[in-house]
Write a protein that binds this ligand. Structure first.
Ligand code: ATP
Ligand code: MG
Length: 205
């Protein structure tokens, strides 16, 4: 253990007191008590969807209701869907039919799936009993122009003032980033796929 004499102790105390004063001033400067946030998790690194579900769990912890629309149905059944089912009617979950993936290769079907998913999203956005809406991979539908960007951004901006919304997916459109309150770009520093490691249960799905 580091040897701490009384001089070092006093120095530490003074440093921490100063830091606390800075932090207290910063907190005092925040005047907006409650606001429904538009949150965007984007970027090439892993963690966009799982971070969104982390927020869902946090919200459920307060007894609130959460809505989820998955715009792209992954190749796998996912553990989170089953886990959230334990919350009963406090979670409303829509995975759009087969959704669209690079596997369907049928643009008309993809557009129809994206539109159907967006219709569900609008339902959730209009539900006064829901506190958080997760629009998983909405960015992908926007990227391929399967949905009209303006109408989507307009509807998200017009959300109830205390409703939180999380949008995930790579390549978030600038107009969405502009409209958002909180945007996180996940950076891909290292990914096991590059080393030939397959998707792992409980980690990827
Ligand atoms: P997760 O669902 O694990 O939070 P994500 O939402 O950030 O991931 P997506 O773009 O939705 O990522 O991709 C989903 C899948 O692709 C995940 O299984 C993830 O492990 C994998 N993946 C994410 N980033 C990378 C990457 N940089 N290289 C290879 N595979 C990746
Ligand atoms: Mg994802």
């Amino acid at each position: 253990m580091k040897n701490i004499d009384s001089e070092a102790e006093e120095k530490h105390r003074a440093k921490m007191a100063k830091r606390k004063a800075v932090q207290d001033a910063e907190v005092a400067g925040k005047t907006v008590a409650e606001k429904g946030l538009l949150i965007v998790n984007t970027g090439p690194g892993k963690g966009k969807t799982t971070a969104a579900f982390g927020l869902a769990l946090r919200m459920l912890g307060y007894g609130k209701r959460v809505g989820v629309v998955q715009f792209v149905k992954g190749a796998w059944h996912t553990g989170e869907k089953d886990a959230f089912a334990a919350f009963g009617d406090r979670i409303v979950w829509h995975t759009m039919g087969e959704g669209f993936t690079w596997e369907t290769q049928d643009v008309k079907r993809d557009i129809a799936a994206a539109e159907a998913a967006w219709a569900k999203a609008l339902e959730l956005l209009g539900d006064p009993t829901i506190s958080l809406v997760v629009l998983d991979e909405l960015n992908i539908a926007l990227r391929y122009d399967y949905l009209d960007l303006d109408s989507v951004v307009t509807a998200l901006k017009a959300r109830r003032s205390d409703l939180h919304v999380v949008v995930t997916g790579r390549n978030a459109k600038p107009a969405l980033v502009e409209a958002a309150d909180l945007v996180t770009e996940m950076g891909a520093v290292k990914h096991h796929f590059a080393a030939g490691v397959k998707a792992q249960q409980g980690i990827e799905f």
